[in-house]
Design a protein around this ligand. Sequence first.
Ligand code: NAD
Ligand code: MG
Length: 410
Amino acid sequence: MYSNTPQPVCVLGSTGSIGVSTLDVLARHPDKYSVFALTARERVAELAQQCRQYAPRYAVVLDKERATQLQSALAGEDLPTEVLYGVDALCRVASDARVAVVMAAIVGAAGLKPTLAAVRSGKKVLLANKESLVMAGPLFMQALAESDAQLLPIDSEHNAIFQCLPHPCDTLQGAGVERILLTGSGGPFRTTPPAALEAVTPDEACAHPNWSMGRKISVDSATMMNKGLEFIEACYLFHASPEDIEVVVHPQSIVHSMVQYRDGSLLAQMGNPDMRTPIAHALAFPERIDSGVSALDLIAQGRLDFEAPDEVRFPCLRLAREAMEAGGSAPTVLNAANEIAVEAFLGGRLPFTGIAQLIEKVMKSSQIVELTDLDAVELADRIARERACDLLEEMCGTPVGQPCPQSRSM
Ligand code: NAD
Ligand code: MG
């Protein structure tokens, strides 16, 4: 950890919002970190540009066609970069013996296999891809316990909670923790009249008031499913039960979450809403490095507000809590149904309010099974996606038209 040679980093999902912020932080510390691998699904031109700037040993894309495109984009340039494609290649670069740190920033269920590969090979894993923990929580945490891997949360709330807890922290009770307060901004529709939610557009849903993020997580923030997924993520990460965690709406996104102790102390982590802070924190932990984020000006900020979440306006919060309480494959089903619903909303096939309705229908009609192994996770995920596609067709009244993205996701 304190060696003088730069630590090789693998950035899974390097062209995304978190990936780009990660590269920004890494570029500030060439003495501490080097880029070993970059991966993206399809934005080949952007990935090529990143390869020119960071000269990674490997670049991984989704399929052969894109690999050929990337190879031709880089042809004739004097780079050490070998181009690979496919899920196995993602797992290979995430578990390569030369890698010290893996940033898990692929969006959705597609992140599960490479993130697990990084955990199993004992890396320092920086977890942004909350969906992988939600869909396979018990197996993920078991893999972590059986390996030498270190898991550091990137989600700003979980990173804040991590910063407010002592280290090591075997149990919340042992640390004197009474409650975790998970904050959320309430998204762009916090005060929109419920009757107007039916007609909101994908662009309106993606216009988050405080954070600039990828489209899937932006829609999740607008439905507050993001907070629901984070609630489940926090249960697994901090070995908490659902009663240990309370969601608090905080519109300014300055307090990133809090931990309440038995003696009445309430510790909060604050900062400007910029993901480079949790990224820099997790990269360097337990040291501190510059992230490029300006200091929080409390006087200019002026006020911080807090309110209770409205579960009638945001049913996804309730659905996520119910899924965590039900256990087994229920969070897997929730996540799969949400991915299908968000994609249908972004594609203009489902109204905004239909997202929660579709997820609830899938949850109600799904059998909950125990997640004994990764095959059980994949099966539960696939069945839930198929069910969601069938129900979507019923709700839309017309054939969905596109194949359901189940195989692509894993
Ligand atoms: P994004 O859509 O901007 O980027 C996603 C990245 O994953 C891209 O590089 C894309 O090419 C890659 N990708 C997508 N599908 C893939 C597939 N099937 N196979 C391989 N690669 C694939 O998303 P983002 O906003 O950067 O979010 C990434 C993850 O981080 C999500 O799980 C999100 O919930 C989490 N997160 C994001 C933020 C944020 O501020 N953006 C904050 C907290 C957590
Ligand atoms: Mg978050």
